[in-house]
Design a protein around this ligand. Structure first.
Ligand SMILES: [Zn+2]
Ligand SMILES: [Zn+2]
Length: 298
């Protein structure tokens, strides 16, 4: 049913054939889902009528950018260098998926505002290093070239979805994290609003493209939160084990998820890897997570 290159998609219990993960970098739940009005995430608040929200979702590892993204992609918490100087130890969902189905690398992408996230494209495991790597578009011109604007990442992502028919992607936006570190509360809240709008537009695009419509899962999560209000410097920083840093978002939509459903079952970042593997029909044997079964329709 696919283009004839290499193996076709597997027969699974699920309708999902493509997964897009959006990581909004470093908002605090007190300004997103736990704010009663949800006024800074208006699109996700209304999209919940067609999706699932996990109200007890955590980063139980190191609450900074590269470790958080790594836990999501590999299913293993690691206290990795946060500057891009260190690759994850274990293979990612990208490598497992590309190997399992022998897909071309232009169907799997890491698209990030932060250049240091290019390390998500490979790992240190000697049996995998340099193999089955996804395509990357990170920062200005790749690792070591600095951050760019989120709108550039958004345009890159929407273009690649259209032209490459990407099957598995991670998209990272630097806001609201960058504005938080700058102690700019107005820009911090605007960053939450802007990324909510990007997510909404991405979903609209997926539903207007026959390749994606009704067979694509969208997951929205965070790498980490920020310090609990009133604790240390509050929204400016993150990185420890306080509830504000650990307690983060998990929101998902797609053909296999319940609708208008909020689960209170505790889940965590490392569970995303196995949940995607379950949906797409590949194993992630090095993951320490579990499948988030109660968000599925059946
Ligand atoms: Zn940060
Ligand atoms: Zn904290």
């Amino acid at each position: 049913m696919y283009c004839g290159c290499k193996k076709d998609v597997p027969v699974t219990l699920y309708k999902t054939q493509n997964v897009i993960i959006v990581i909004v970098d470093g908002p605090r739940l007190s300004e997103t889902w736990n704010l009663s009005t949800r006024q800074f995430i208006p699109h996700r608040a209304s999209m919940l009528s067609k999706g699932v929200y996990c109200s007890q979702f955590y980063n139980n590892g190191t609450t900074s950018t590269n470790p958080g993204h790594t836990a999501i992609c590999t299913g293993v918490y690691e206290n990795l260098n946060n500057g891009g100087a260190e690759y994850p130890t274990y293979p990612s969902i990208f490598q497992y998926w590309l190997k399992t189905f022998e897909r071309p690398k232009n169907e799997a992408w890491v698209i990030a505002t932060k250049d240091k996230l290019e390390v998500l494209s490979d790992c240190k495991d000697v049996n995998w290093k340099g193999l089955y790597r996804p395509s990357t578009d990170c920062g200005n011109l790749g690792l070591g070239t600095g951050y760019r604007e989120d709108v550039t990442t958004f345009i890159s992502a929407t273009t690649k979805l259209t032209t490459n028919h990407v099957r598995l992607a991670l998209i990272n936006f630097k806001q609201p994290d960058a504005a938080g570190h700058a102690n700019d509360s107005t820009a911090y809240l605007q960053g939450i609003l802007d990324t909510d709008n990007y997510i909404y537009q991405l979903w609209q695009q997926l539903q207007s493209d026959d390749f994606y419509k009704d067979r694509t899962t969208l997951i929205v999560t965070n790498d980490h939160g920020r310090h609990t209000p009133g604790y240390l410097d509050g929204f400016i920083s993150h990185g420890d084990g306080c509830d504000g840093c650990r307690h983060i978002e998990f929101f998902a939509m797609g053909p296999d998820f319940k609708e208008n459903y909020t689960t209170t079952t505790p889940y965590e970042q490392i569970d995303i890897s196995l949940t995607i593997g379950e949906l797409m029909g590949f194993a992630v044997p090095t993951s320490n997570g579990k499948v988030m079964r109660d968000i599925f329709r059946k």
